[in-house]
Design a protein around this ligand. Sequence first.
Ligand SMILES: [Zn+2]
Length: 379
Amino acid sequence: MTDPVIDNDATRRIIDADFTTALPKTELHAHLSGSISRETLSSIWQTKKSQGDDGALALGDPAIALKPSGSFPTILSFFQIFNEYIYNLVNDRESISYATKSIAEDFRRDGVRYLELRTTPREIPTAGISRENYVQIVLDALGQYRNDQVQMKAADHIGIQLILSIDRTMTPSQAHEIVDIASKYMSRSRAPSTTIPPPSVIALDLCGNPTKGDVGTFTSAFRRAKAFGLKLTVHFAEVPASSTEEELRTLLSWRPDRLGHAIHIPPDLKDVIKKQKLGLELCLSCNVLAEMTQGGFKGHHFGEWAATECPVALSTDDVGVFESSLSNEYLIASREFGLGREEVVQLARGAVAAAFAGRERMERLIGDFERVEQIPSSL
Ligand SMILES: [Zn+2]
């Protein structure tokens, strides 16, 4: 956790973890696999180990093996964590469902009131799971979690929608299969916005190792998704290799609604993005700790984009890996960029503006937060 920040105004009210946790937040860039906590993985590991599961027995306890040892993971070790632990442990109906509900609860406890969770539909032949089955399992888990919240009438509930990701290493036909699934499970109902809507697929994402694949091979899939009425977000200019003028112009030709990371953008394309006021999902800790950006937190491009009319959504990307919650990301933004309380609340409103759903409810929650002003503070 970071040190509290004193606001500049006369009241000198403190901005601390209590404040940023209480702030109703919108999380728009969180990968399901990367958002699984060590504790959740450890719990799955223990269950599988007790059942004599070979994959689990070959691995050490994630609670110990994945404990940060003082140095944060590089992108390479990040993918290794994915491959070794997530894919060996979260690989059947029970573990996928348990992990999904645990993620929902972790975000809710952190004061996230609206979450757009993304996941690449996985085919797991050993468990008889097709890509569509995988999406059904995740949606069922989110639906059960949502129904439990409705029954408990909890005041601090979280609304969750699903984004399906196409991985850059997929074939065009696999990408079209995911578009088919997304279109099948997207919401076509007009539920009242005052209730927590049931989870459905709302958007498509392009993700995966940014040094792999040719994005041009996915153009027809993303155009088809747009025609179905799905929203689009893409991982954009993540590393220099995925930031060629050709790639970025191809991605923008799909008319995405939001861009993730948005790091290595040439000036002419920055102007296009500003003109279109595209929503940006910016991940401070992920980018800085994985050394995707230069100059530490203060050198992060958040400072540049926060001054534009593009709505910015601070996001965690992979909280299970980087272990910085969304409330901590707001605290870091406040500390590193000198944001006062009103500016932090405005930042949360900016994220709402970039959301694909849940805007009305989030506007109301943030409005209530401002009005009530019962913000925990040690001053
Ligand atoms: Zn991401």
